[in-house]
Design a protein. Structure first.
Length: 267
């Protein structure tokens, strides 16, 4: 892992410590069955209609770049523009130190849109599932390793459908051996931090072969590095079912138009 990832994990461990210290003051989140089938069918339906299913991300920053100030009011406004432009789901960053995300942003988004909401954070401890409700939650295979299946099952027991993120063959095989239903292929290498959208093209055939051999079906999401309609078309041609896009949308002055351009990329 890149030193930046180690720093993020160290910071997350401190957040987890605070969660345990304040555990008695926290209201437990009600558990419910995740609406997995509804989420998957809405994504596939968008694809069947000739649109690109875009999971549009409310992303204030990355470890290397500040994008824009986003408080809960702005998060709500941005998410509503993304929804109006045809996004199929909204991702909200909640990691506070390196991505300037917040739980409050996620809560504001979820209260004001009708789309599924993905919590994007570094989940390393089960207590984090008690912080805030969302429809989907990111689980990073390269961080959880042998704990992946345990966290998938716990996420579902708390009412979240996991989006299991992988970057290489080893992580992907771990996800396929687990009970992941939605697999995100991160085009960013977490060791070098370099981005190459060919990663999606390299890994999708492994998923397709696995599903053909085992009679299973996985929803495939391409993540990172998609900036243009051409990039979106390339990922869809590779076999992606949806694309998660943050930076290129949020840094645009016109959130609605940029989101719609990507949603309509196949036309």
């Amino acid at each position: 892992m890149h030193s930046a990832i180690h720093e993020i994990i160290n910071s997350t461990e401190n957040r987890v410590k605070e969660l345990y210290e304040n555990k008695d003051n926290r209201t437990p989140i009600e558990s419910s069955a995740p609406n997995t089938e509804e989420i998957i069918s809405s994504i596939l339906s968008k694809k069947q209609k000739g649109k690109v299913p875009i999971i549009s991300e409310v992303k204030p920053a990355s470890p290397s770049m500040k994008i824009r100030d986003i408080d809960p009011t702005e998060a709500k406004r941005i998410a509503m523009e993304m929804e109006r432009a045809g996004a199929v789901a909204i991702s909200v960053l909640t990691e506070p130190e390196f991505f300037d995300g917040s739980i409050d942003n996620l809560t504001a988004v979820r209260k004001n849109i009708s789309l599924p909401v993905l919590r994007k954070d570094f989940i390393i401890d089960k207590i984090q599932f008690d912080e805030v409700k969302s429809d989907l939650v990111l689980l990073i295979a390269g961080i959880l390793n042998e704990r992946l299946e345990e966290f998938i099952q716990h996420a579902r027991s708390k009412g979240f459908e996991p989006l299991v993120e992988v970057h290489n063959r080893e992580e992907l095989l771990n996800a396929l051996d687990a009970s992941a239903r939605i697999i995100g292929i991160n085009n960013r290498n977490l060791t070098t931090m370099q981005v190459d959208i060919a990663t999606t093209e390299e890994l999708i055939p492994i998923i397709k072969e696995h599903d053909s051999r085992n009679g299973t079906e996985h929803l495939i999401i391409s993540e990172s590095g998609v900036h243009t309609a051409d990039d979106a078309r390339r990922m869809m041609s590779a076999g992606a079912d949806a694309i998660l896009i943050g930076t290129s949308i949020v840094k645009n002055d016109d959130i609605y138009s940029k989101t719609k351009e990507l949603v309509d990329a196949l036309e």
